[in-house]
Design a protein around this ligand. Structure first.
Ligand code: MN
Length: 202
């Protein structure tokens, strides 16, 4: 298997009350697991297509690959972006870059929150580093793999699919997004920012 479901870096109850254990367990053990299985199955089907030299189903397989691999990547990032010791604000170089590119932490928080809350249907809000301009940007991602800036490295992602929050927050997506800010693992985001700056696109 190319892709494996990672363990969470904390217990299912560790993020309570911000993230209810039952909702988090379903999200990780069922939803994330389905993307992992889907990614592996799609790679096998592509191998079969190459062996048979039958590309009649290729368009669907490429879409399914992008959907499932992107879902796996974003969920793997999301779990590590959260921590029972999280919350507050970033420090150091990340804080300085946020001030430079958004004006203030509060401005970033407002834009990223709204990007997440205003997703039509299923998607994500993301803070990303774009290597050509070396700027931080907020992305509004549809499903797991649409509306992306190519090559931008996601640093902090908020899952706003209904499966992420409906059990605990029902229809009030904004309350879930506000709760996520209380458990953001800023040292993790800062470490991703430091690594992203070594990326070169052109
Ligand atoms: Mn999800």
């Amino acid at each position: 298997m190319t892709y494996v479901l990672p363990d969470l870096p904390y217990d299912y109850s560790a993020l309570e009350p911000h993230y209810q254990a039952e909702n988090l367990e379903l999200h990780h053990s069922k939803h994330h697991a389905a993307y992992v299985a889907g990614a592996n199955t799609t790679l096998e089907r592509l191998e079969d297509a190459r062996a048979a030299q039958d590309y009649s189903g290729l368009v669907g397989l490429e879409k399914t690959l992008a959907f499932n691999v992107s879902g796996h990547v974003l969920h793997s990032l999301f779990w590590n972006n959260l921590s029972p010791d999280g919350g507050g604000q970033p420090e150091g170089e990340l804080a300085a870059a946020i001030d430079e590119h958004f004006g203030s932490f509060d401005a970033l928080r407002a834009q990223l929150s709204q990007a997440a809350v205003l997703v039509q249907g299923s998607g994500w809000g993301a803070l990303a580093f774009e290597p050509l301009s070396r700027r931080l940007m907020v992305e509004q991602i549809y499903d797991h793999h649409a509306n992306l800036v190519h090559g931008a490295v996601p640093l902090l992602v908020f899952d706003v699919w209904e499966h992420a929050y409906y059990l605990q927050y029902h229809n009030v997506r904004a309350d879930f997004v506000n709760a996520l800010w209380e458990v953001v693992n800023w040292p993790d985001v800062a470490a991703r920012f430091a690594r992203a700056q070594t990326a070169a696109l052109a």
